[in-house]
Design a protein around this ligand. Structure first.
Ligand code: ADP
Ligand code: MG
Ligand code: MG
Length: 892
């Protein structure tokens, strides 16, 4: 008989942490904690297989499920000494969703299930506290109605508000047992009014209703959107956890809380979290009451006037400290825990590897390695390369004046500036139009995920460090300030008011997720500091990788950034960028529009000194590191003058008539410029261009070597080669120029001439091309376009459905198409190495900075990857992980 249900509790469990796929993350870890002998309320997990079955069979359950759930319920009843549905001694449970990966968007937890008009009296009697029992019941009715019956919270809130107003109460805690009793009658009436039937009194019906709602929520719009954004397949399914209740709302010796074993913002080794006395479930994260600190140190640091858990509940606190130590040792990672204290006794309700900022992730990985809990290689593998992006973002210049209009919690680091918007839809709209915005909300909910994605940063006026906004922003790597309580947001008027100032939608603000500050206007930003744990981890990564990392850099600023971020050379210097600058463009246009070689040479002579000084600066900064310079590549029409003023300027410089220039420009027009007159085709037709560039390169190399004492070995790269004879023609000109410069200067420059491999034909003919080419650099942007027959500029309109429908696994311009483009790369590697065993191999397309593509480059045996300067650390770490991954494969 198939097994669908797995029990846990009382020091043992049928599952364990290794069974996340079947039991979901929450269920697997509840089982693991039970196995470790930690205090976990007993319960059971209905597996993800049931979810799969449910959707494969028109939303019905496997036949055996009912019986297995009954058996499991009886088992939990035995462990707790209670009976589910019993009028005198009722077992109450929570029903909790739990997918493999923690997933906002799924059904909210239902607590206190099993309560009805009868069992609530039994609960009151057993606890000796009628108010507590009624408080639990009203919570159950509102939660169950909201998430299972779809009768929204506001119905109950309105009733509650009206009651409080009438009785002149401020807080929910002011309500007496009788108040709740009256409200419960009204709550039930509201449900009946909305649904046309009574709130379910039968605990079994309640239970199956909640189970069905969890499975149903797997396919709700929020969950689907979340999966889409996070690449979670729908086939995974969710599990359902049913667990005996423990009560944090049983008076002053009870509480509920969340805690991290290390600080999730900074990574500091300290128990970090929040708790609330006499509260239940998600009161802590809901932001209804301000939570209290767990440790005394945190309380003092925050200047809070409420006692810490350490002071208020010393025994439960000591137990929490013991358990957190055990959990960290066991999981060998920082844990995020949820707990409840019932009448002084601590119960663990959840543990998982905690989400953290990248800064914290680095500190934790380095600390865990130093503490001996993990190896250095594991530390390197713990960091998600793409997440380094967070650190590489600018912060607010500390010297800049700050007009602080509010201070909230530093919920997610980094600074961001933009125009205020008050809704997620507007944020998304603005992003589409290329505008930068800050999403300002009272609080966020899973419905705001798309807006949070689109915004530069998020500001909320309510909620703590574990509020929805804070948790999601940290996961996304977006700056976030939460709980800026002094700001008043008026959605209707589309304004926010802070310190007497009223700002409108569209006004600029800056948020500093590191300090929690909200600033007026757009503050100047500063580049990140890359020392401490970052430097340590990168050092370990550098020690572990085989491939070199270079940067694509066209300007001295790029080159300096590249070196700062640890690049070991320039893998691609695009010379055309130099052609656009300042007054050069006039000379470039003059060159293009000349109708004979003489005219072109005259114009090129004007460009030569400028190119030479560009290269010399790059070479000086790179101090002997390799620099690959690509000869002019784009179709000439890109440089053509468009306006009459531009044409007039060029005509003056050339002494030619504007009409003639217009006619010449017209001649140069192309229908498919990307497949047109570009790349080495330019050098074939106008060799004088390549000659000028080669001369500039070699003269600059001589100059820079004199200055720095570190001779640069320039790598001259010929773009868009498809045949050897074509390459040879260009190479001959370059070699001749090298010889000429050597003769003129008396200094011999060592150099290489190679090619960019970006056409399928070049991959096929790589063996032959390598007879003359000394290196290959895979230009995978064009190689992807030419292999797939897809133009990157037009792909957006149809590629979306391709990835959504799973026709292709990922956008091929982001992650290399391993099967197609990758196969061509491997073929070219093989061909090239067969002819020239030591041929230097690299990649310089966008893929060079994409972690998944870098893993491919490692397996293809490339010598280096080259990416944008800011991505160099990501590439260094990815290359290390790729190398370590390969080691593991070999060991196994
Ligand atoms: P989420 O995935 O949103 O964190 P959980 O299933 O973890 O949802 O439930 C949220 C909170 O509900 C828990 O942190 C805990 O405070 C409370 N809770 C869940 N199950 C129980 C239970 N059996 N007894 C008491 N509180 C519970
Ligand atoms: Mg929740
Ligand atoms: Mg939880």
């Amino acid at each position: 008989m198939a097994k669908w249900v797995y029990t846990f509790g009382d020091g043992k469990a049928e599952g364990d942490a290794g069974m996340k796929n079947l039991l979901g993350g929450k269920g697997a870890n509840l089982a693991e904690m039970s196995n470790l002998g930690l205090p976990v309320p007993p319960g059971f997990t209905i597996s993800t297989d049931v979810c799969t079955h449910y959707y494969a069979h028109e939303r019905t359950y496997p036949e055996e499920l009912k019986g297995q759930v009954e058996t499991a319920l009886a088992h939990v009843g035995k462990l707790t000494g209670r009976v589910f549905g019993d009028a005198a001694n009722p077992l109450l449970v929570s029903v909790r969703s739990g997918a493999r990966a923690s997933m906002p968007g799924m059904m909210d937890t239902v607590l206190n299930l099993g309560l009805n008009d009868e069992t609530v009296e039994a609960l009151a009697k057993q606890a000796g506290d009628r108010r507590f029992a009624l408080d639990s019941y009203r919570r159950f009715i509102t939660m169950y109605s909201d998430v299972v019956l779809e009768v929204g919270h506001h119905h109950f809130e309105d009733i509650l508000e009206e009651h409080k107003e009438r009785k002149n109460y401020q807080l929910d805690t002011d309500l007496t047992a009788d108040d709740w009793a009256q409200l419960i009658v009204k709550y039930k009436a509201a449900v009946k009014r909305e649904l046309g039937k009574d709130f379910p009194q039968d605990p079994k019906e309640q239970l199956w209703g909640a189970i069905g709602a969890v499975f149903g929520s797997w396919m709700n719009a929020r969950a689907i959107k979340y999966r889409e954004l996070n690449d979670i397949p729908a086939s995974w399914g969710t599990a359902v956890n049913v667990q005996a209740m423990v009560f944090g709302n049983l008076g002053e010796t009870s509480a509920t809380g969340v805690a991290f074993t290390r600080n999730p913002s900074t990574g500091a080794k300290e128990l970090y979290g929040e708790f609330l006395i006499n509260a239940q479930g998600e009161d802590v994260v809901a932001g209804i009451r301000t939570p209290q600190d767990i440790t005394e140190a945190a309380k003092i640091a925050a200047g809070s006037d409420k006692p810490s858990m350490e002071k208020a509940m010393p025994e439960a606190y000591a137990e929490l400290v013991r358990i957190y130590g055990a959990l960290e040792k066991h999981y060998r990672d920082m844990q995020d825990m949820e707990f409840t204290v019932e009448s002084g006794k601590l119960w663990m309700l959840q543990t998982r590897n905690g989400k953290r900022t990248t800064k914290a992730a680095l500190r934790i990985a380095v600390d865990l390695a130093s503490e001996g809990l993990i190896s250095r290689a594991e530390a390197v593998q713990r960091i998600e390369p793409a997440s380094l992006d967070q650190l590489l973002h600018p912060t607010i210049d500390p010297k800049a004046p700050r007009t602080i209009i509010a201070t909230g919690l530093p919920a997610s680091p980094g600074a961001a500036a933009g125009a205020i918007v008050f809704s997620s839809d507007e944020a998304e709209e603005a992003k589409k139009q290329g505008r930068k915005v800050i999403l300002v909300r009272v609080e966020t909910s899973p419905e705001d995920i798309h807006g949070m994605h689109a915004a530069e940063g998020i500001l909320t006026t309510r909620g703590g460090m574990t509020s929805h906004a804070a948790v999601v922003a940290r996961g996304m790597g977006k700056p976030c300030v939460s709980g800026a309580g002094s700001i008043r947001v008026d959605y209707a008027k589309q304004t926010l008011t802070a310190m007497g100032k009223t700002l409108n939608k569209g006004d600029a603000i800056t948020i500093d997720g590191g300090t929690g500050q909200v600033l007026l206007g757009e503050a100047p930003m500063q580049e990140p500091e890359l020392s401490g744990e970052f430097a340590q981890l990168m050092e370990w990564a550098d020690g572990a990788r085989r491939m070199k990392v270079r940067a694509n850099a066209d300007t001295p600023l790029d080159a300096a950034t590249a070196r700062k971020f640890g690049a070991e050379g320039i893998g691609l210097c695009r010379t055309e960028h130099m052609f656009f600058e300042g007054d050069r463009i006039v000379a470039v246009r003059e060159m293009i529009l000349s109708d004979d070689e003489k005219g072109r040479r005259a114009a090129l002579a004007k460009l030569l000194p400028m190119q030479r000084s560009d290269f010399a600066k790059l070479f000086e900064i790179m101090h002997g590191l390799p620099v690959t310079i690509r000869l002019l590549d784009p179709p000439l029409h890109e440089f053509l003058p468009h306006t009459d003023a531009e044409i007039a300027e060029v005509s003056k410089a050339m002494g030619a008539s504007p009409e003639k220039l217009k006619a010449r420009a017209h001649e140069l027009h192309e229908f498919n410029p990307m497949l047109g007159f570009r790349g080495c085709r330019l050098a074939i037709a106008y060799p004088e261009i390549a000659e000028m560039q080669a001369r500039a390169i070699f003269e600059a190399a001589v100059e820079a070597a004199k200055k720095t004492g570190e001779p640069v070995v320039p790598e001259v790269m010929v773009p868009l080669v498809m045949t050897k004879p074509e390459f040879d023609l260009v190479k001959d000109r370059i070699d001749a120029m090298a010889a000429a410069v050597a003769k003129e200067t008396g200094a011999k420059v060592e150099y290489q001439v190679g090619t960019m491999i970006e056409l399928p034909r070049a991959c096929l003919m790589a063996g032959e091309i390598a007879q003359s080419a000394e290196f290959f650099s895979f230009g995978t942007n064009d190689l992807t376009q030419t292999t797939l027959g897809i133009s990157r500029d037009d792909a957006a309109s149809f590629l979306g459905p391709y990835t959504a429908k799973g026709i292709i696994p990922a956008d091929p311009f982001v992650t290399i198409d391993q099967e197609g483009v990758g196969a061509l790369v491997k073929l070219a590697v093989k061909g090239g190495q067969a002819t020239r065993p030591k041929i230097k191999l690299g990649i310089c397309g966008e893929h060079g900075g994409d972690p998944a593509s870098i893993v491919f480059c490692e397996s293809a045996g490339l010598d280096y990857v080259s990416c944008s300067p800011y991505r160099a650390p990501i590439a260094r770490l990815s290359a290390a992980q790729a190398a370590l991954g390969k080691l593991k494969e070999k060991d196994a």
